[in-house]
Design a protein around this ligand. Structure first.
Ligand code: AGP
Length: 609
């Protein structure tokens, strides 16, 4: 996610901006920049790369103004570059933005038709042009911002400067966080508390649809419609490190709770409701090419591989194409049988995993079309695949993947819809129904997250166990594998995910009172089978932790511990079922005192074989 800092007061703003941006580096970024008033005009300094590079550029210039805005960019639209870095400036207006403008293409085309010249590939640049347009047409700075925002669909946190009114900063938010810092004769705006904590602990949290006008003496908040808003400041007692995690103990826990937003952001702008179609920016397949495929091959590693296993169920069920799933480390050496009728889908959060990159090269060498689902813009995988479908989970700091995983499943759903519509296996009404169910998922995930206290209690009870089994069937079997991986990689406890139907072929020999068994029991066509698996475990003194759906009246009497989740269509159950497993692994590891965010022996991106 991008970082925003703004300052207005008597001090040298560029120093305050750079220091604030440094405090936001943990959010991940690929370019940075500042805009500072210098004797009534706005000076811009931007660069690709790190803040240290920006600092060096500023040292060589006179940037001693006392009003300015700064930005660190995590690319979503447009590659990392100086031209795509923020602030974006046009005709006396400078803007920094965090979020996604869904209708930027339409707005950009309309502004270009009026003669505007754009200089970047970004959606964010549209803001500077929109506000400049209305100011050109006679509106005040504030009125121009209101008019521009009224035309925008999507999410934003923005800070804006205007040369016609150089004594203020205007800020606004919709679905992307933005805070105001209140000082003595100075005021601040930022994406997040760490950026301003060294200057003030008095913070006002802007709400969606609100605009703030800051000068050195005051901050005035109102709604987009203009109604005044009174909002008391809150005193922040966090230390800077706690603030980077937004008060969560670990980045992993923060990212688990960011999943509803990550799913929403990955869907944003891609579901075209009036046509029941999907728009996948970065996927350039023609309908004929889509119809030409006779097979899909998913390739990935680790958690991303488990997302592929879920994808097999989604695509085979919705599209009717056979799907193979392979590990990158296997695919690259098995002389895979792929050709120009195979769509090879490579999934990677980092886009730099060596085995997945090697698999991509192998697939391309054999003439297959390659499409990657990736979370890092312009990563090697994203650059080298024929097509790219980005997840918009924002930077994932914890080594254990959580929000990237649910975002990957979201992207796979979008791909299934895209392929199904092009091949005619999904008609309009069915597409609309699936979209409506997918749009409900973030709320279902939020409901599952509300069970954290109960999950934490179960985790403490079982944190002394030395081995675990995770059982699931059908589309939930990959979630059992993912739950086992989460537990072992951060708590160092041995855990194994298994298809429940396989128990009788060997693993049941492991069952005794020392082996907790986590059973994922969604109420679908094979629910009765899961019940019999639980009976098998109980008959051998095994301890069962059941993850069940609301309304299940049977499992409560059979399991030693049970957690109920909101009912959902079986196709979307993986999004909900994985949440308690992430939280279970997190709390077991936290009780054990392991390094949750940086587990031993692990790297966030395995860039070597
Ligand atoms: C997941 O929690 C692990 N960190 C690991 O399995 C990871 O998913 C795997 O290394 C693949 O990484 P990628 O998605 O960046 O390719």
């Amino acid at each position: 996610m991008c970082g925003i800092v703004g300052y207005i007061g008597p001090k040298n703003t560029s120093e305050i901006l750079v220091e604030g941006l440094r405090r936001l580096e943990y959010r991940g970024y690929d370019s940075a920049g500042v805009a500072v008033f210098q004797h009534g005009t706005i000076k811009i300094c931007r660069c690709e790369g790190k803040i240290s590079q920006l600092d060096r550029l500023l040292a060589g210039e006179r940037f001693d103004g006392s009003i300015g805005i700064g930005h660190t960019r995590w690319a979503t639209h447009g590659r990392p570059s100086e031209a795509n870095a923020h602030p974006h400036y046009y005709q006396g207006v400078a803007v920094v933005h965090n979020g996604i403008i869904e209708n930027y293409t339409e707005l950009k085309n309309s502004l270009k038709a009026e003669g505007d010249i754009f200089s970047s590939e970004t959606d964010s640049e549209v803001f500077s042009h929109l506000f400049a347009k209305f100011i050109r047409e006679g509106a005040s700075f504030e009125a121009a911002v209101r008019k521009g925002l009224a035309l925008v669909r999507g999410s934003y946190a923005i800070a804006v400067l205007c040369e016609k009114e150089p004594d203020r900063i205007i800020a606004a938010r919709k679905e992307s966080p933005l805070i105001l810092g209140l000082g003595n004769g100075e005021n601040f705006v930022a994406s997040d508390i760490p950026a301003i904590l060294s200057h003030t602990r008095e913070v006002v949290f802007l709400s969606d649809g609100e605009i703030a006008v800051l000068d050195a003496q005051s901050v005035r908040i109102s709604t987009l419609a203009g109604a005044p808003v009174e909002r008391a400041a809150r005193h922040i007692s966090w230390d800077p490190i706690m603030a980077e995690k937004a008060g969560y103990k670990h980045f992993m826990l923060k990212e688990i709770f960011e999943q509803p937003r990550a799913i929403i952001d990955t869907l944003r702008g891609r579901l075209i409701e009036d046509s029941d179609d999907v728009f996948l920016d970065g996927v350039k397949l023609t309908p004929e090419e889509v119809r030409n495929f006779d097979r899909i091959c998913f390739v990935a590693c680790g958690t991303s591989y488990y997302a592929c296993l879920v994808g097999k169920f989604m695509i085979e069920q919705l599209v009717g194409l056979p799907v193979e799933v392979d590990l990158g480390s296997e695919f690259r050496y098995r002389n895979p049988i792929v050709n120009n009728k195979t769509l090879v889908v490579l999934i990677s959060q980092s886009g730099e995993t060596a085995d997945t990159l090697a698999a991509m090269r192998e697939a391309k060498a054999k003439g297959a079309q390659t499409l990657c689902i990736c979370n890092v813009v312009e990563s090697t995988l994203a650059r080298d695949c024929n097509h790219v479908l980005y997840t918009h989970a924002g930077p994932e700091i914890g080594v254990a993947s959580t929000k990237a995983f649910t975002s990957q499943m979201t992207a796979i759903f979008l791909l299934a819809l895209y392929l199904g519509r092009a091949r005619g296996s999904i008609d309009g009404p069915r597409s609309r129904e699936l979209m409506q169910r997918m749009v409900e998922v973030p709320h279902l995930v939020e409901q599952a997250l509300e069970h954290e206290p109960a999950i934490k209690a179960i985790a403490e009870k079982y944190s002394v166990a030395k081995n675990f089994l995770f059982l699931g069937r059908g589309i939930i079997y990959p979630i059992a594998l993912e739950g086992a991986l989460k537990l072992k990689e951060i708590s160092y406890i041995h855990a194994e995910g298994y298809p429940a139907g396989e128990m009788k072929h060997g693993p049941i020999a492991l069952i005794d009172e020392h082996m907790p068994v986590v059973v994922l029991a969604q109420q679908d066509a094979i629910y009765e089978k899961i019940l019999s698996n639980i009976e098998e475990v109980k008959a051998r003194k095994g301890r069962v932790i059941a993850i069940a759906m609301d309304g299940d009246t049977v499992l409560g009497s059979k399991a030693d511990d049970i957690l109920y989740l909101p009912q959902t269509d079986p196709l979307f159950a993986p999004f909900v079922m994985v949440i308690p497993l992430q939280l279970f692994a997190y709390h077991v590891a936290d009780f054990k005192g392991t390094d949750v965010d940086q587990p031993r022996n692990l790297a966030k991106s395995v860039t070597v074989e």
